[in-house]
Design a protein around this ligand. Structure first.
Ligand SMILES: *Cc1c(COP(=O)(O)O)cnc(C)c1O
Length: 416
């Protein structure tokens, strides 16, 4: 892909709009076309694509933008690789760990990433140490005795507890131990946090979420400055066939064009809602790093540009109270996933795979780009449902019990 921007000093907000475009020649289209082809006419030129599992120009346009947004400059050997889903990207990075190698991972993080690590540990593929990654000393302890090729897996802020890891300190500790650090940057987006700049070796995204941003695509990506690692991840994609569809890549690139506008709006609304939620009588705990009392506040202020657009709350009435709130919203959609223009609410423990560190009464809120006053009006009226005296946990010997009607409604199997 033609790249007039590599090394240019444009801000990320500008690169989101200007990078990944076709060459500026008279009468050329301003957007890369969707190239729907399974093969390419044979060529002896170096770098020829050959077959569509190896390369596709529509992926390359998206990859160019993502590499620049994460500050992995292609001129220095860095780059991005798009994958069929966020989990395909996670899996590609984890597969770089040698057989029997160690992965140090969070106690609480995206449930399917943890599920993958558990699966690979159970099959003897790798070993794991789970640590509370907001506790820097605990992570450093867990890295003791690690070998080159082992992996520190971080997510910050975490899904759905919004815990903030000290990325500069942890990446430096891992590097000193000869261990690679991967950061899942899905929640923050590269506009709010750039893990490679903070010392990470590789960044992973569920492009499905903020980057694509419209809840109409499933896609993933990895970004690194390490040319050898980039080549290994590309090889993994070709060998396993975990490639994106060209149309999905095109939709994701279209979404990235407005990433900065969406993120500015949604994270401002998230901070405002977090502040108001703290004062609602049905809310017992609000988690968002924007709040001065949040344990991750100072760290997030130091390493992020803003605090992200996801927050979590715990409400009165246990699991039943949380389910009642979710059912009583009219504007907020009860659905898994996050990062789209529309606001979503979800009781996370409805997923059987959700880690036990996540409270039963926790609702995760993905704040979209609607009017913040409308979001608040709908949320506050729905929260009143949790004040219903019939949900009073003091009247119920097991407050976390999920009544069967609630359980029947919450039959979701998958999670985003
Ligand atoms: C959704 C999500 C993933 C997985 O991405 P998919 O595109 O659904 O495969 C990974 N990490 C985080 C933090 C997520 O929220």
């Amino acid at each position: 892909m033609h790249d007039p921007h590599a090394g240019a000093a444009w801000s990320p907000e500008t690169l989101a709009v200007s990078a990944g475009r076709p060459p500026r020649i008279p009468d050329a289209p301003v957007n890369p076309p969707v190239q729907l082809t399974s093969t390419f006419v044979a060529s002896t030129e170096p770098g020829a694509r050959g077959y569509a599992r190896f390369a596709n120009p529509t992926w390359e346009a998206l990859e160019e933008v993502l590499a620049l947004l994460e500050d992995a400059r292609p001129g220095d050997g860095g780059g991005a690789r798009a994958f069929a889903s966020g989990m395909a990207a996670v899996s590609a990075v984890v597969e770089q760990v040698p057989v029997g190698g160690l992965v140090v991972a969070p106690e609480g993080a995206y449930n399917t990433t943890l599920g993958l690590l558990d699966h690979l540990e159970a099959s003897g593929r790798l070993r794991q140490r789970r640590v509370p990654t907001a506790d820097t000393a605990a992570v450093v302890d867990a890295l003791a005795g690690a070998s080159p090729g082992d992996l520190l897996w971080l997510e910050s802020p975490t899904n759905p507890l919004l815990e903030v890891a000290d990325l500069p300190a942890l990446c430096a500790a891992a590097r000193a131990a000869g261990v690679r650090t991967a950061v899942d940057n899905t929640f923050a987006t590269p506009l709010v946090q750039q893990p490679l700049v903070l010392g990470a070796d590789v960044v992973v995204h569920s492009v499905t979420k903020y980057l694509a941003g419209h809840s109409d695509v499933v896609l993933g990506a990895v970004v690194t400055r390490d040319a050898d690692l980039l080549a290994a991840l590309g090889r993994h994609r070709t060998l396993t066939g975990s490639i994106p569809g060209p149309f999905e890549a095109w939709l994701a690139l279209r979404g990235v064009r407005t990433l900065h506008l969406r993120v500015q709006r949604s994270q401002a609304s998230a901070a405002e809602l977090a502040r108001r939620l703290e004062g609602h009588p049905a809310v017992t705990h609000v988690r968002h790093p924007s709040l001065p009392a949040d344990p991750g506040h100072a760290r997030a202020a130091a390493q992020m540009r803003g605090f992200g657009s996801v927050l979590s709350v715990q409400v009165r009435g246990g699991a039943a109270g949380a389910a009642a709130v979710q059912d009583a919203t009219r504007l907020w959609l009860p659905a898994t996933s996050l990062g789209g223009v529309e606001s979503l609410v979800e009781r996370r423990r409805r997923h059987p795979l959700e880690p036990a560190v996540v409270p039963e009464d926790l609702l995760r809120l993905s704040v979209g780009v609607e009017d913040v006053e409308d979001l608040w009006a709908d949320l506050s009226q729905a929260l009143d449902a949790a004040l219903d005296p019939s949900l009073d946990p003091s009247l119920d010997p097991s407050p976390d019990r999920v009544p069967s009607a609630v359980a029947a409604r919450e039959h979701g199997r998958q999670q985003g």
